[in-house]
Write a protein that binds this ligand. Structure first.
Ligand code: MN
Ligand code: MN
Length: 468
């Protein structure tokens, strides 16, 4: 075979130019089975966790199987210990204690497990024109027009006055009914089609159809609503007033599926941010005894600003960390100032169908690996923690040494929009923090798409950060 002689320009180009390659041109053949197996496990995690509560339950199940124990204040903590603490059923913190003392800092992978959805209002059930509906209040940044005429499942809990909690999950089980929000037929949409996408489906029209059959042998009012209440009472033992202390949420009734003839992509509800949450968790569960202590934080409420007692702003994280530090008589502030956090959250993948919203040179590409974001935010980097150059250099070194396929990512064109992550709240704690995560197509849609290669590389990257 004749080998083409490289010109002087070829050699200089190789040496000087930044020319990222498609991840499939860099993936080692022996990594393929690991990538496939990882993605199968991730799909199972998605199907098991449609809400933050269900994700926490699943994380506890997986962690327990991997030898993790609940961590309580005052417990002795030794290298190799695998510990977790659940925050109110909605967030979870896990740690694998390292060989080095906590005064040398910890390596944190922080992601969120809440996703955009339709929450039920506290007085949701009503009847109109002999159809029964639930009123909803959407959670997170949804594009409302995407949530009509798709099958929905209902998940959540009803908390009773006696202190008991009744779990609800309808739609995911075999033979379960599903629910839906209806939309106008095109034949009568003359006026609706003239409205903007943002106005065409008002929030107060996102009402979920839950039934149509009237209560039998009755001539009173609201017979369909009564029949639904009767069914709910038989199944769950609840009455209408119990909705007041319920958290019920409608989520898309899609199972995680391979997308494409080549099965290179995964379509599912909730990739944002369970795709990074699962990477942080799975990488932690796979650790032996790392040099530094590794911590995985799966937070709630990111989609509504990280507020609340289960969000990243909550002191629950600091309490967990300070309880760990107390066991080694290390001041929390010393641990924090020497720690590193990878704020693992999804980024926008370049979408050629909407090229006008992206700046191609700086956008994350599908199959180009884990996307590092020096900054997020909007307009003039507003709302971003903007990691230092030194921190990005550190990540480049750790990821390159571990053979991770990664890329730089900026979310769309400047002034086109923007977004934030939990990074700012970690940085506020005096923890060096860098954003990174999986590029997503159709982010926040009921059915989001990611690449298997990017999922696997984010797992591999997270493991490298824990193990550095
Ligand atoms: Mn996110
Ligand atoms: Mn989001």
């Amino acid at each position: 075979m004749e080998e083409k002689q490289k010109t002087a320009a070829d050699l200089r180009r190789e040496a000087l130019c930044y020319q990222p390659k498609n991840g499939y041109d860099r993936l080692k053949p022996e990594e393929e089975p690991a990538m496939r197996a990882y993605c199968e496990d991730y799909k199972k995690f998605l199907d098991a966790g449609k809400t933050e509560r269900e994700c926490v339950d699943e994380a506890v199940r997986l962690a327990s199987a991997a030898g993790f124990q609940p961590f309580t204040r005052g417990m002795a903590v030794n290298p190799g210990d695998k510990l977790y603490r659940v925050n109110r059923g909605k967030a979870i913190m896990l740690a694998v204690i390292g060989q080095r003392p906590l005064s040398e800092g910890v390596s944190i992978g922080a992601a969120h497990i809440d996703s955009p959805r339709l929450d039920l209002k506290q007085n949701p059930l009503y009847e109109d024109s002999e159809l029964a509906f639930f009123k909803t209040h959407y959670y997170g940044g949804i594009r409302k027009y995407q949530w009509v005429t798709i099958p929905l499942e209902l998940h959540g809990v009803v908390a009773m006055k006696d202190g008991s909690t009744i779990p609800v999950a309808v739609g995911a089980g075999a033979g379960d009914p599903v629910f839906t929000v209806d939309d106008l037929l095109p034949h009568l949409a003359q006026d609706q089609v003239k409205k903007t996408l943002g106005e065409a489906i008002p929030a107060e029209s996102l009402n979920i159809l839950v039934g149509s059959r009237p209560f039998k042998d009755d001539e009173g009012a609201d017979r369909v609503k009564l029949a639904i209440l009767d069914l709910l009472n038989q199944k769950y033992g609840i009455v209408e007033e119990d909705f007041i202390s319920a958290e019920l949420t409608a989520v898309p009734a899609f199972r995680a599926s391979d997308v494409g003839f080549d099965r290179s992509l995964i379509g599912a509800y909730g990739h944002d941010d369970r795709v990074c949450g699962y990477a942080c968790l799975a990488a932690l569960l796979a650790l032996g005894t790392p040099r530094r202590t590794a911590v995985c934080m799966l937070a709630d409420k990111e989609e509504i600003g990280s507020e609340g007692v289960s969000g990243m702003k909550s002191a629950a994280f600091d309490t967990f960390m300070s309880d760990l530090c107390d066991s080694q008589r290390v001041p929390l502030k010393t641990c924090y100032e020497n720690s590193f956090c990878l704020s693992a959250d999804v980024t926008a993948a370049y979408d050629p169908n909407f090229a006008e919203a992206y700046e191609k040179r700086n956008s994350a590409r599908i199959n180009y690996g884990m996307g590092l974001c020096k900054y997020t935010g909007s307009r003039g980097k507003s709302g971003s923690s903007d990691a230092s150059a030194e921190l990005v250099a550190f990540a480049r070194r750790v990821l390159d040494e571990a053979g991770v396929v990664w890329q730089m990512a900026e979310l769309g064109k400047v002034d086109q929009g923007g977004g934030g992550t939990v990074a700012v709240y970690m940085a506020e704690r005096d923890i060096n923090t860098l954003d990174a995560g999986v590029p997503v197509l159709s982010m926040h849609a009921p059915f989001e798409t990611v690449s298997k290669l990017d999922c696997y590389m984010t797992y591999k990257g997270m493991k490298a950060i824990y193990e550095h």
